[in-house]
Ligand binder design. Sequence first.
Ligand SMILES: *Cc1c(COP(=O)(O)O)cnc(C)c1O
Length: 370
Amino acid sequence: MKIQMVDVKRQYLKLKNEMEPAVLEVLESGQFINGPAVHQLAEDMQHYLGVKYAIPCASGTDALQLALMALNIGPGDEVITTPFTFVATAETIAILGAKPVYVDIDEKTFNINPELIEAVITPKTKAIIPVHLYGQSADLDPIISIAREHGLSVIEDAAQAVGENYKGKKVCSLGLLGCISFFPSKNLGAYGDAGMVVTQDEEVAEKVKMIANHGSKTRYYHNILGVNSRLDTLQAAILRVKLKYLDQWNQQRHANALYYSEKLAGLGITTPYIAKYADHIFHQYTIQLESDRDELQLYLNEKGIPNAIYYPIPLHLQDAYRETSGYKKGDFPVSERMAERVISLPMHPDLTREEQDFIVDAITEFLGRS
Ligand SMILES: *Cc1c(COP(=O)(O)O)cnc(C)c1O
């Protein structure tokens, strides 16, 4: 049995009849940059997420950088986020000369613990970036109310959670800015790099749009410092085909997760927790093992079952940040513990019950013998 962590090929074959004409239309149009599909995708996403403005850009990482730049975040500023995330969340803060300030995670949801945020706010704090990790919303209400009280902006890193709801509302629409990644393995994946910034605020939207376009509104007149960050027409056309299926795919992921959890119950491992306020669209299905996680990984590798550890090293302990940040081992005990316990199993909408049974059997076998 050849199981994939994320089966982009299987999905493509199902979409082939719709995808090929959409791609060919772009090739024949010759409008590879800023073609009509780019604008249409922005409109589709505004409608889908219930936001007023959507600005396509080159990647999820760029989306974060553009959002931070639009808020004038730079040297001397601090931005609060979680150390248990993909590096891009903190990297974009640091590249602008600001300091990532970490807050430990909640041990059930893996997301930033709102109760610990106020203690790290200083006069230098400008923004909070909650990450909706593994496809489950962070607890946004308390985060947004703390931000409001202290005059901070909330930027949602929704790279892993496009389509997720928080208390029935789409994530991305609740903070001042929302950042999306269309990396191929994300829940809504392009066939290359792509990303998007969304907001309800007209002034912020205007600024993000200018920054993504070399700081320019009128061609060759550059009012502010900008970058080049575009989502190309081919990717836009591809994403428009896929967006129609996103809710269905997210439901299938959720159903697959429930099946895993039912089959893995009672084996002494911790299966994912679904918070009352979240839907959980299972970008990842991540279990926790008390002690022998690395041995399970070797066992799965031997059986040819793909798996991954997101993330083996919390950001405050990464070489690139450790020396300058002043953080040390022990500062964020929950994140550090999770980094040693978590392992993610194959998860995508087209995973079959037969494949899941095979994976569950392997885990059961492993746990039985140790
Ligand atoms: C994938 C990801 C990003 C970066 O997105 P890219 O499109 O790969 O640049 C940022 N934050 C998180 C949490 C991610 O998972």
